[in-house]
Write a protein of this length. Structure first.
Length: 135
């Protein structure tokens, strides 16, 4: 019996425009490297509106959706794939709660952000979404 925590997985991590603009790219990468995960892909990318809408399609009905699309397309993002044992769930822990004021100290959002609408980084919420988002 192999628990899912012990599987080698891949996840999509994206440093959002605020993180890039604030010079937090090295800080975010460093945290994933120090944890022991392996960087398997990286590119700086200015996301077009249609792709941003596709990426966040599950949130289409939310009132904040138009603001979210404006934010994510406002400047370059850093797109990355990271590989490792249990990396999908572990990355979500390293990133912290969606609202940075509720994120624990020690997490990326808990240490580096205050606003939900400027929360520095995205991480896939499942291995399936990891594959989809890397694509
Ligand atoms: P992410 O996808 O970025 O890792 O974030 P998440 O799973 O922690 O949060 P989710 O609920 O999927 O929301 C995606 C992103 O939408 C923005 N958001 N704004 N009330 C608001 O203004 C609001 N709620 C969510 C955030 O940028 C959030 O990360």
């Amino acid at each position: 019996l192999v628990a899912s925590m012990e599987q080698v997985e891949e996840t999509y991590i994206m440093i959002k425009p605020d993180g890039v603009q604030r010079g937090l790219v090295g800080e975010v990468i460093s945290r994933f490297e120090k944890k022991g995960f392996k960087l398997t892909g990286l590119k700086l990318f200015h996301c077009p509106k249609d792709l941003a809408e596709e990426h966040y399609k599950d949130l289409k009905s939310k009132s904040f959706f138009p603001k979210l699309i404006d934010y994510i397309t406002s400047g370059p993002v850093v797109c990355m794939s990271w590989e490792g044992i249990g990396v999908v769930a572990s990355a979500r822990k390293l990133i912290g709660a969606t609202n940075p004021l509720q994120a624990e100290p020690g997490t990326i959002r808990g240490d580096l952000a205050v606003q939900t609408g400027r929360n520095v980084v995205h991480g896939s919420d499942s291995p399936e979404n990891g594959k989809r988002e890397i694509g």
